[in-house]
Ligand binder design. Structure first.
Ligand code: S3P
Length: 169
């Protein structure tokens, strides 16, 4: 298997973090989460960054972090759901990595996130409608990944499929 990084993109709640952990365990590779690195750098929660500094500030820090993690290879990169919106982020991530889009349905995503409250973009009256709206608006960005994986299934199966694809490369 090549030593390119494995980069996971996809909507909030599509299983990127759990799949990253599973892949890191199985391969014995390091994993990084862009959200976690942002929180560490800023010393505050993502919801507070959005609230106090705005989304564009968050996207700027996110872009710096994506650039830094893109310099490494042989790691698993768990990307925040909006990383795909910046074409330079995608170009940087492709240099040393293979980008997998975990594609989940709005219904599946809603089931996964409905009891969670930490995501600022989904703190709205009707999160289900917001998921469908954002997912629709982002579809063409997610489609720029190298590989699209049907993520409406258990984490172990998603991870197995990614490994199978990489082994056959
Ligand atoms: C976002 C997704 C979040 C986080 C931020 C914005 C988005 O990451 O980066 O709340 O724009 O989709 P997860 O996909 O890990 O929840």
């Amino acid at each position: 298997m090549s030593e390119k990084s494995i980069v996971l993109v996809g909507f909030m709640g599509s299983g990127k973090s759990l799949t990253s952990k599973k892949l890191a365990e199985t391969l014995g590779w390091d994993m990084v989460s862009t959200d976690e690195l942002i929180v560490k750098r800023e010393g505050r929660a993502i919801a507070d960054i959005f609230k106090d500094s705005g989304e564009s500030y968050f996207r700027k820090i996110e872009k710096d972090i994506v650039f830094e993690v893109s310099q490494q290879s042989g790691i698993i990169v768990d990307c925040g759901g909006g990383v795909v919106l910046d074409s330079e982020n995608m170009a940087n991530l492709k240099k040393n990595g293979t980008i997998f889009y975990l594609s989940a349905s709005p219904e599946y995503i809603y089931q996964n996130i409905k009891d969670q409250t930490h995501r600022p973009l989904l703190r709205v009256d009707d999160p289900q409608a917001k998921i469908a709206e954002l997912l629709g608006a982002r579809q063409s960005y997610y489609a720029r990944a190298d590989v699209i994986i049907d993520a409406n299934k258990p984490i172990d199966q998603i991870a197995e499929e990614i490994l199978r694809i990489l082994e056959n490369e």
